[in-house]
Ligand binder design. Structure first.
Ligand SMILES: [Fe+2]
Length: 163
């Protein structure tokens, strides 16, 4: 159980680090402390698309959330919200991509900064909600077999990430 939760929390820390780096870079560029680097920002958006959007969120839905719904209905309301947020997150990422493409054309960073702030605030709140409203219930209700399944899924995740 502890291993599975640790892997998921570690992924939250990695995602948070990239988001904080992105926000700092854009704030510094807006404050003329450094030049805006569209290639660096593109690479950060690629990470966001690959790790939280394509790997982390789907595995939460398919393993942690599905198994928790099987064991208790106490988390259903939070899980409904979080699954909706996983869908919304993809749309907010798309907004960032569109705003970045526009910024590359016209050099206006403000629209991108707005889209980035929407995504990052949304995602930080989302992860806090998971850690506060879902993980404790998972610890209380998932069986050792459930945790084995969650751990296997997220452990494979780590291997894929490291390739
Ligand atoms: Fe998560």
């Amino acid at each position: 159980m502890q291993d599975a939760i640790s892997i998921i929390k570690d992924e939250h820390i990695s995602i948070s680090s990239v988001l904080k780096g992105l926000v700092t870079h854009v704030e510094d560029a807006l404050g003329a402390k450094r030049d805006f680097d569209p290639f660096l920002v593109s690479a950060m958006l690629d990470y966001i698309e690959t790790v939280p959007e394509r790997v982390h969120h789907p595995k939460e839905d398919q393993y942690l959330f599905r198994l928790l719904r099987k064991r208790t209905d106490k988390a259903n309301e939070a899980l409904d919200q979080l699954e909706e947020e996983h869908k919304k997150s993809k749309l907010l990422l798309k907004d960032m991509r569109v705003a970045l493409a526009q910024c590359k054309k016209d050099g206006d960073l403000k629209n991108f900064a707005e889209a980035m702030n929407s995504y990052s605030r949304f995602h930080f709140a989302h992860m806090r909600k998971e850690e506060k409203d879902v993980f404790p219930l998972a610890v209380e209700y998932l069986t050792p077999e459930d945790w084995k399944e969650v751990h296997e899924a997220f452990r494979l995740n780590m291997k894929v990430d490291m390739v």
